[in-house]
Design a binder for this molecule. Structure first.
Ligand code: AGP
Length: 580
């Protein structure tokens, strides 16, 4: 994870209003600590969010600076471990997104050569490595970079500067890196969002490439040092409303936006996204097997897709991307459909690379346009949910499920897509007050179980995930039938069990009775009038998943409010997981 921004400009720019303003846009990538370095060797860093850091930073101007917002991998959340990192003389300064896998070996070698390490990070090897190459081996910077690519294993997007030199070096393998080309400056960043208000011209780095930028020009090279020509892409990025408006948190704003965001997506299937959907349908028809890949909430949406398409007779499965290597083998007749809000999740990207290497076809369903996963795909559906600021996925999950419903519809599944947005609105208005009361009851509980079956099983997982990530409550999303094979031993007097019971599903009703008989406090979510504690609009089982999800999202939100936790930026998390 981590977000990085570096600017080299013909004119001086403000650290606060330019560099850190761009960095702030990448805070969703991690918010453990923040730091920057300027050309004159000044390094400032602190732990915590970017806003308080900006507030206490005394503004300066420079024409070259780099900055970093961290999601810790190696080394605790301390000022010392915050990026940027430098050699002893503070003449070589670097920051990094990724993981250097062989950093211990390199560190040992550098220690033997007399270098002193002061942090627990893998990143600290970078300035020392370059110090060794430049000052001990007397290599040129170009040769040092090529040596770095040879010796270092792992993933990295690195920005590096040398004190008092007007040059910015940028290196990339696996971790995302893009160059923004503005009138008087070059901006290197983890994604285009960092500079979308400054320029719409960008060059995306591919793996094992590096660039050297001066105030006047930039040049790209492959890892052997051969100059390469790159295409400048013009992108359009609609300026999103990022404020919370009158809402106290982005999460509730994003939940309540869903009638509009879902409708925007549904209408796009017959208009601006028709060709993309047609293409995906054609790829599904032509492929022998379909493998959905996703993580977290996106995986839950993909499970619904796999169930729906399997019901339509398509050979389809869904896998958690980080575990797919153990279960899935691909071939030329496989279609991999990656599902990812950010389009940058490293677990998914790694698996796609494995699939592509044996000739599988890649398609995707993403929210963020121009993301790595989208650029990797033969066709890519955009879920058009708009920017999602809260780390917890809500409106994007709903739209992912809607894409699954549309795909299934194209293969014969009967559904009226045009009423979904209205029913989403009804789900929220009918239930919000009731959910606030339920939140009062549940907010002090240590464990909550959520039961589902078939199409509602992914929802059980999704609701449990939200209770964990937002409220820090231990929650288990279970297949109802599995309960009696062990977990039911945990049910005691008053243990909360949320049962997802669409259309009086008999197995779900039995499982609910079984836990009730053992003292559980059951909460039934149903789509039939008078058949549950929380009632969502009438729907079939697949559509029920959307409305049940919204109930779960609202519940986790209102519990979070009562617990007074950091709802939009929960501890230890990041919106985009760009490391394995
Ligand atoms: C969702 O609430 C989570 N924050 C998380 O599980 C997320 O869905 C997961 O990391 C996948 O992200 P992606 O959709 O950007 O690939």
């Amino acid at each position: 994870m981590c977000g990085i921004v570096g600017i080299i400009s013909k004119h001086n720019f403000s650290i606060k209003n330019s560099l850190l303003k761009s960095l702030k846009k990448l805070e969703y990538r991690g918010y453990d600590s923040v730091g920057f370095a300027t050309k004159d060797g000044t390094i400032k860093k602190d732990i915590g969010f970017i806003d308080p850091f900006i507030e206490k930073t005394k503004d300066t101007e420079t024409n070259l600076a780099i900055s970093h917002t961290r999601w810790s991998t190696h080394g605790g959340i301390t000022i010392t471990n915050a990026h940027p990192h430098a050699n002893k003389e503070k003449t070589i300064i670097a920051l990094h997104n990724g993981i250097i896998e062989n950093y211990l070996e390199i560190k040992q070698d550098l220690e033997s050569a007399g270098y002193l390490f002061t942090t627990q990070t893998d990143t600290e090897i970078i300035p020392h490595f370059f110090d060794y190459e430049l000052n001990k081996k007397k290599q040129t910077m170009q040769k040092a970079i090529q040596e770095f690519f040879k010796q270092v294993h792992g993933t990295f997007a690195i920005l590096l500067i040398l004190k008092n030199q007007n040059i910015l070096y940028a290196l990339k393998r696996d971790s995302p890196l893009v160059l923004g080309i503005a009138q008087d400056k070059f901006i290197f960043a983890s994604d285009i969002y960092a500079f979308s208000d400054v320029t719409n011209k960008a060059i995306f780095f591919e793996d094992n490439e590096y660039a050297i930028a001066t105030q006047e020009k930039f040049t790209f090279y492959d890892k052997e040092g051969n100059e390469i020509k790159k295409n400048v892409q013009e992108f359009s990025w609609s300026k999103e409303e990022e404020s919370k408006q009158h809402y106290p948190h982005h999460m509730i704003k994003e939940i309540k936006e869903q009638p509009e965001t879902s409708n925007r997506l549904i209408q796009s299937f017959a208009t601006i996204q028709k060709n993309r959907i047609d293409k995906l349908v054609q790829l599904i028809r032509e492929s022998k097997s379909i493998v959905f890949l996703g993580c977290g909430t996106s995986y839950h949406a993909s499970l619904i897709g796999a169930i729906l398409l399997s019901h339509q007779g398509i050979n389809c499965r869904s896998n958690i991307a980080s575990e797919a290597e153990s279960f899935v083998s691909y071939d030329k007749e496989t279609l991999c459909i990656a599902i990812s809000q950010s389009g940058e999740t490293m677990d998914v990207i790694s698996e796609l690379k494995r699939a592509k290497a044996v000739g599988a076809t890649i398609a995707s369903i993403v929210n963020v346009p121009y993301s790595t996963i989208q650029r990797f795909s033969e066709t890519s559906i955009e879920i058009l949910a708009g920017q999602e600021v809260c780390v917890a996925a809500t409106k994007t999950f709903t739209n992912q499920v809607i894409v699954m419903l549309e795909l299934a519809r194209r293969f014969g599944y009967k559904i009226n897509m045009q009423t979904i947005s209205e029913k989403i609105k009804q789900t929220i208005t009918d239930n919000e007050e009731k959910i606030k009361q339920l939140a009062e009851e549940l907010c002090r509980k240590k464990d909550i179980f959520v039961l589902g079956k078939g199409m509602s099983y992914p929802m059980a997982r999704e609701i449990a995930l939200k209770l964990k990530e937002i409220d820090y409550i231990h929650a288990e999303g279970m297949m109802a039938g599995e309960l009696k094979h062990g977990t039911i031993a945990l049910i005691e007097e008053g243990t909360p069990v949320i049962s997802l019971v669409p259309n009086d599903n008999k197995d779900m009703l039995s499982a609910t009775q079984e836990v009730k008989a053992r003292g559980a406090k059951t909460i039934i979510i149903s789509n039939l009038k008078d058949k549950g504690d929380i009632i969502v609009p009438q729907s079939d089982t697949a559509e029920f998943a959307i409305y049940a999800g919204i109930i779960g999202h609202l519940l986790s939100y209102y519990i979070g409010v009562l617990l007074n936790v950091s709802i939009d930026k929960p501890r230890n998390l990041a919106k985009s997981c760009t490391v394995k």
